[in-house]
Design a protein around this ligand. Structure first.
Ligand SMILES: CC(C)(COP(=O)(O)OP(=O)(O)OC[C@H]1O[C@@H](n2cnc3c(N)ncnc32)[C@H](O)[C@@H]1OP(=O)(O)O)[C@@H](O)C(=O)NCCC(=O)NCCS
Length: 336
């Protein structure tokens, strides 16, 4: 068995900043409401025509991660791409990254686990590296939400939360067994699948031709639906459980955590978890204020920023945790 470590990190967010005040010009909301409930001050939205797609943003983040890993793109031997907002219905963006980065014909896998997507993808990479099957795996989380949100008062409960961006990591074989990804923990509860979902387009609902014919302005099935309070209540429980599970597996306690990088769902959720584990502000990394919730991209963006700011150092115990649509949730315990 080998060990797997994160050898390089990168992120990319579109330049276009959308503040809460900008949103209040197109829907009935306010900076005060959004900040109080979510902690979000602004987020990034792509501008049509600037070339930013889920894949393109992922490629930009990946280039930084690959360079920082100190390897050539031709040394990547597998690609894993997590997103809920792919460029195409199919094929998924993994193969588009393989093409656009000019990587040789390695395998490309798409992960569909929404806010938990990066933790799931990291877990898959970890297994492939640990078994010796692959040496350098490119893991990307990227989302383009803004084109799919209901930017009217009808959609305000969801649309103010989500933002666009991408993050990437190179997961590499390590001979040092004392460092790297110690364990990952994945869960799901499909019973609540529809509580945070985007039902259409999906073959489970209607004939594609009916959907095209309908053109019904009252049809909200093309927009994400979220039962906000129900999601909140489940999130705080599952975040706590899965962090505890990871700590216990490794014989650790909350006192051993140097840095918790939670999925940036809502600042209130992060604060709840921080309090529950008795962590200081320096031990939890949050950037939802700047970027909103970028789903599968949120952990790799936050992890990259934390690392760039020198908040993650060699030997640190870093905990990643996520919860989201599915419901799915997961954690990763890393010795940096
Ligand atoms: C979404 C969330 C911020 C909403 O906060 P909330 O306190 O639950 O608010 P509610 O949905 O109960 O709505 C309260 C009121 O605010 C209104 N409201 C909703 N969105 C609003 C907005 N953007 N601006 C102003 N008012 C808004 C509602 O219409 C409702 O009005 P009413 O009382 O007149 O009916 C909160 O539920 C949440 O953060 N949930 C978790 C979301 C999450 O983390 N998702 C990602 C998981 S990965």
């Amino acid at each position: 068995m080998y060990n797997a470590k994160i050898a390089g990190l990168g992120y990319y967010v579109p330049e276009n900043v959308v503040t809460n005040d900008d949103l209040s010009k197109v829907m009935d909301t306010s900076d005060e409401w959004i900040q109080e409930r979510t902690g979000i001050k602004e987020r990034r939205h792509v501008i049509n025509g600037d070339g930013d797609t889920t894949t393109a943003m992922g490629v930009k983040a990946a280039k930084v991660a690959i360079e920082r890993a100190g390897i050539d793109k031709d040394e990547i031997d597998f690609i894993i791409f997590a997103t809920l907002s792919p460029d195409y219905y199919f094929p998924g963006p993994g193969v588009l990254v393989q093409r656009d980065l000019g990587i040789k014909t390695v395998g490309a896998l798409d992960v569909r686990n929404q806010c938990s997507g990066f933790v799931y993808a990291l877990s898959v990479a970890d297994q492939f590296v640990k078994t010796g099957m692959y040496k350098n795996i490119l893991v990307i989380g990227s989302e383009l939400h803004s084109r799919g949100l209901d930017m009217t008062t009808r959609g305000r409960g969801v649309s103010v939360i989500f933002g666009d961006g991408a993050g990437a990591a190179v997961v590499t074989r390590s001979e040092d067994n004392s460092k790297g990804i110690l364990s990952t923990h994945l869960h799901s509860e499909g019973q609540h699948a529809e509580e945070l979902s985007l039902i259409a387009p999906g073959m489970g609902q209607r004939w594609v031709l009916d959907i095209i014919d309908d053109n019904d302005p009252d049809d909200t099935s093309y927009y994400p639906y979220m039962n906000g309070q129900f999601v909140f209540k489940n999130a705080v429980v599952r975040f706590s459980e899965v962090i505890m599970e990871g700590l216990k597996t490794n014989g650790l306690t909350a006192d051993d955590i140097d840095m918790l990088v939670p999925h940036q769902a809502n600042l209130r959720i992060s604060q709840f978890v921080q309090k529950k584990f008795g962590l200081s502000d320096d031990q939890v990394y949050n950037n939802i204020m700047k970027y909103g919730n970028t789903t599968a991209a949120s952990i790799p963006i936050a992890l990259t920023e934390a690392w760039e700011e020198g908040k993650i150092k060699e030997g640190d115990t870093v905990v990643l945790a996520a919860f989201g649509s599915g419901f799915t949730w997961g954690s990763a315990i890393i010795k940096w």
